[in-house]
Design a protein around this ligand. Structure first.
Ligand code: GDP
Length: 296
């Protein structure tokens, strides 16, 4: 993850540090390199443009030119702008609702929704001592319902037995009713995913959202999909009032573009990242740490 981007930025950093004084030409060259590095990392073009504009404006300003170590100062600006791009600080999960707090999981098939539902349930149970129930509304894939059952058993959280002959909204309502009666703190609702966005899928998840009125609507997306991840996030965000994004498979060799673009394109924070197939592989997303990691 980010290996190539980090490598390319390290070269820019080295060049900048080598100058006792910077000229506008030095900065122009450096910005050209940064731009190439970001495009190669699959960062969305409008994001690259905005980012470079911000860095350039600050780099030719007093903050950098008047600094005793201008090379270092430009790097500070790049770090700062990377952090800003990703949202400054971690946005925690919001569970401030009359219990049970409902978390609706959305995304395409294979994004990692079901796995992430389990991971999230585990975190909430172990770190926040919440009484958690999970339910699957994927009536099209009984295997997905079973997968969630297995995960819930592994983690030790309650699994609501969905009846695939029922409509997804009816399953969710039955689960909610049960969760209320048994004083659950959190209900995580896993939903069906399709291979591509289609109207039926969107209508179904919109209906679920309208009926459940969840405090969190999280879009789960595979970081390895690069620009496509960002485009799907944008499409979902236009249909559903998302409250956050979870980027999965950040342990893989994704080039990193999705992590850098999603916030800017959707305006929604990345709340967590998936870093492995196991149930422990979910971490809160920290823009500051990610920016430092990118700059090496
Ligand atoms: P869903 O169709 O969206 O519910 O996706 P699944 O939860 O079934 O996940 C699809 C595949 O991605 C499975 O093989 C998961 O083990 C894998 N997966 C999910 N999240 C991660 C992650 O963060 N890292 C890695 N390496 N694999 C993941």
């Amino acid at each position: 993850m980010f290996d190539n981007l980090s490598g390319r930025l390290a070269t820019v950093v080295k060049t900048l540090r080598g100058h006792a004084r910077l000229t506008e030409d030095n900065i122009k060259d450096a910005m050209r390199e940064v731009r190439m590095a970001l495009l190669e990392a699959d960062v969305a073009l409008p994001v690259v443009k905005t980012f470079i504009d911000h860095v350039r404006q600050r780099a030719i300003g007093e903050e950098v030119m008047g600094s005793l170590t201008p090379g270092q100062a430009v790097i500070g600006v790049v770090h700062d702008e990377l952090k800003k791009l990703m949202g400054e600080q971690n946005d925690a999960l919001n569970l401030a609702a009359v219990p049970p707090a409902i978390v609706l999981m959305a995304g395409l098939q294979g994004a990692g929704k079901t796995t992430t539902t389990g991971k999230l349930a585990k975190r909430l149970k172990e770190e926040q001592r919440k009484k958690v129930m999970v339910v699957s509304c994927d009536v099209y894939r009984p295997a997905a319902i079973e997968q969630l059952k297995t995960l819930a058993g592994q983690i030790g959280v309650e699994w609501f037995a969905s009846d695939p002959s029922q409509a997804p909204v009816d399953i969710a309502v039955a689960a909610l009713d049960y969760a209320k009666r048994h004083f659950f703190d959190v209900l995580i609702v896993d939903t069906a995913g399709r291979l591509a966005i289609d109207e039926a899928m969107m209508a179904e998840i919109k209906a679920l959202h309208a009926r459940l009125n969840p405090i969190e609507t999280l879009f789960v997306v595979d970081a390895m999909q690069g620009q496509d991840a960002v485009n799907t996030a944008k499409a979902f965000n236009e249909t559903l009032p998302l409250t956050g994004v979870i980027l999965t498979k950040m342990d893989g060799d994704a080039r990193g573009g999705a992590a850098l673009s999603v916030r800017h394109v959707t305006g929604k924070p990345i709340k967590f990242i998936g870093v492995g197939e196991k149930v422990g592989g979910l971490e809160p997303f920290h823009p500051e740490r990610m920016a430092s990691r990118i700059l090496g």
